[in-house]
Structures are given as structure tokens and as C-alpha cells.
Design a binder for this molecule. Structure first.
Ligand SMILES: O=C(O)CCC(=O)C(=O)O
Ligand SMILES: [Fe+2]
Length: 366
């Protein structure tokens, strides 16, 4: 059974089934938040009390010079503490970042019927999916967000199937980002004792997805979320956000810049990209790296776009804590599973914080 609406199912049909999205609903002249989008009080975001995470972005150009080891330590430390950090001199051209934001805004500004052709039920290709919220049919309260998701298999298929309006910038973003992801992953895996040539490193970022998220202006941001609490399921996520702000990360353990359970905002930083650790790295590292819980607020002043790249393992890849870490720690915090099973579980449930990781829980450990 789907969620219930005070407006009956007609709102759900208009937004979700017919592909008008939250944007279509807002454009129709909506002045209050419908019940279907009203979050229970515990999920609402108190923006007054959240501090900004004022950590200097990591300058990745230094990775290629004599300061390599120091930068590697910064990367490892960020992955072990908050699980989120920003990078500059990342190799993705700064004017491309501007084009990406413009392109995303233009795409979501298209008439609904031009986007709705990519709804998963009717999309001409399984590589492209346009939708709204996360898994609307499972959610008690919907997320105030529309998105388009582009799966990457190879250049030829991207050129053939990705929407022409966004194809070229998305592909260039992916190409340039992946080089950086590979470098970051090398640093993180070498720190765990893995060899640079280990084929596992490539298997962990075998699949890639570029998403464009659009968060329309919301009449009452205090009642809604743009994205609910979740961690990312994959290996590493690269995120481009525009200047609006509203991305919050939960601190998992007391640390220098905040207390356990506190939410900090990742401030928009011109020219920077946000990097975060996904569930797979938390599992492989036997909990050393933090796949942080995060969420996004809405605003009543303007819409926001964000453009993540998700890197995920090969679907058949067996994922488990690295054996030598288990030996060292005397405990395996997670069991072994096949990545595709983890993914199915992730997309089969509404966002609920770090509950996605329960799928990997080791019944033997406590
Ligand atoms: O919009 C953002 O800043 C973050 C989006 C996000 O967390 C996601 O798409 O997984
Ligand atoms: Fe996320």
C-alpha cells in the first residue's frame, strides 16, 4: 500500500506516477506543504542550531608532489573521523562545475513531459531514470526532491542513451572525477595495507552513476526534508553542490570539532567538491572509515541543485572486512555478502539513517 494523502491519491499520481515531480507541484502554485511531505517532528531539521564544518579543503594537487604523505594522512584522517571532506585542485575543471550547475537547472526547468519520458516505467533505456523522492512507494513522508540518474557502462552507451541536454557535461564530469576517485581510493586502501596493484581497488569502483538532484523552493522548510537521513551505499561519493547550502552530516563519535550526535553543515565552497565515504568502505575497513549519516534541508527562498557521482563495486563483488584487519581487531564487525544483494536491500527501503548497514551485520559480533 502506498502512503496516504490528505488530498487522496491524486497528489501522489500527479507528482510520482505522472512524473510532474515536486517541481510540477510547486509550479502549480502550491502555498502550503501537503501532508504527504510533512515529516514527523524527529526528522525535521533545526537549522538554527547546526554549525558549519569549517575544515580547510584538502588540496589534491599536493598528492603528486613531495607532500604526498602529508596529504595522504589528511585524507585518511578525514575518512576516519567525519567521513566527509572537501577537496580543491581536484582535476575537475572549475568552469565545468559551473556548466554542470547551469545544465542541471536548465534540465529541471524543461516541461514535465520532457523529463517524464525517463520515468523508470517508460524510460527508453535502463541507464536513465528520472524520479522524485527516494522510494516513494515505501515512504511514510516523501522527500522534497526530483532527480535524474545516469548509469555509466561505457562512453558509447552514455553517448547513445543519456539525455542530450546533459550528456556531454555529465560525461566530462565523470571522466575527470574518476581519476581523482581512483587516487583517493588508492590512498585509503594503501593505508589499510593493500597493494596499489590489487585488482580489488578497481573492482570497488567498477560501476558509476551521475545523478542530478533538484530541490524546489519549499513554502515551509521546517516541515520537510530534501533528502532524509541516510548513508551512501557505495564506495566513495563525489558531490558538487551549488551555493545554497543545506547539506548536514552527523558526527559519529566525539571529536575535536563536535560532539557525537551533533549535525554539522558542509558549507558550499566555490571550486570545491565534497567527498564522502560510502558503506562499502566502512565494511571493508572493519569500521575504520566512517560512512556518515547525512541529510539535506529545503529552503523557501530558492531552489537548489546538487550533482553526485556514486562509485560502487562490481555487482558480483564479494564484500567483507579485510581479513588482516579482522585478525588485528579480533573481531569482524560485518559478514561477507555480494554487493548486488546489499544494493537491492538499500533500494528496497526508505531512508532510515544507517540502518542500511544492518544488512551487513555479523551475527557473531556484538
Ligand atoms: O544534495 C546533497 O547535498 C546530497 C545528496 C545526497 O546525499 C545523495 O544524493 O545521496
Ligand atoms: Fe547521500
Amino acid at each position: 500500500m502506498g502512503p496516504s494523502f490528505d488530498e487522496g491519491t491524486s497528489l501522489y499520481n500527479f507528482v510520482v506516477r505522472d512524473g510532474n515531480g515536486v517541481k510540477g507541484m510547486v509550479d502549480s502554485g502550491l502555498t502550503t506543504v501537503p501532508a504527504a511531505y510533512t515529516q514527523p517532528p524527529r526528522e525535521r531539521i533545526d537549522k538554527e542550531s547546526a554549525r558549519k564544518h569549517e575544515q580547510q579543503p584538502i588540496d589534491l594537487s599536493r598528492l603528486d608532489g613531495p607532500e604526498h604523505d602529508e596529504v595522504a594522512v589528511e585524507i585518511v584522517r578525514a575518512a576516519e573521523t567525519l567521513g566527509f571532506f572537501q577537496v580543491i585542485n581536484h582535476g575537475v575543471p572549475v568552469d565545468l562545475l559551473e556548466s554542470l550547475k547551469d545544465t542541471a537547472n536548465k534540465f529541471f526547468g524543461l516541461p514535465p513531459e520532457q523529463k517524464a519520458v525517463y520515468r523508470s516505467e517508460v524510460s527508453p533505456t535502463p541507464l536513465v531514470k528520472y524520479g522524485t523522492s527516494f522510494v516513494p512507494e515505501k515512504e511514510k513522508a516523501l522527500e522534497w526532491k526530483d532527480y535524474i540518474s545516469l548509469q555509466y557502462v561505457n562512453d558509447a552507451e552514455a553517448l547513445q542513451h543519456w539525455p542530450i541536454e546533459i550528456r556531454d557535461v555529465a560525461l566530462e564530469y565523470l571522466r575527470t572525477s574518476i581519476k581523482m576517485v581512483r587516487k583517493l581510493l588508492e590512498v585509503l586502501m594503501v593505508n589499510l595495507g593493500m597493494k596499489l596493484v590489487d585488482p580489488k581497488i578497481d573492482a570497488l569502483i567498477d560501476k558509476k552513476m551521475v545523478n542530478m538532484n533538484f530541490y524546489p523552493t519549499c513554502p515551509n522548510p521546517d516541515l520537510t526534508v530534501g533528502v532524509g537521513r541516510h548513508s551512501d551505499m557505495g564506495t566513495l561519493t563525489v558531490l558538487l553542490q551549488d551555493g545554497i547550502g543545506g547539506l548536514y552530516v552527523k558526527i559519529e563519535e566525539d571529536m575535536r570539532y563536535g560532539k557525537k550526535g551533533e549535525w554539522v553543515e558542509i558549507p558550499p565552497t566555490p571550486g570545491a567538491l565534497v567527498i564522502n565515504v560510502g558503506d562499502m568502505l566502512q565494511v571493508l575497513s572493519n569500521k575504520r572509515y566512517k560512512s556518515a549519516e547525512h541529510r539535506v534541508r529545503t529552503t523557501n527562498t530558492t531552489s537548489r541543485v546538487s550533482i553526485p557521482i556514486f562509485t560502487i563495486p562490481k555487482l558480483t563483488e564479494k564484500i567483507a572486512p579485510l581479513p588482516h584487519l579482522v585478525e588485528k581487531d579480533g573481531i569482524a564487525h560485518y559478514r561477507e555478502f555480494m554487493f548486488v544483494d546489499y544494493m537491492k536491500n538499500f533500494f528496497g527501503n526508505a531512508h532510515e539513517g544507517k540502518k542500511s548497514l544492518d544488512f551487513a551485520n555479523n551475527v557473531d559480533s556484538s
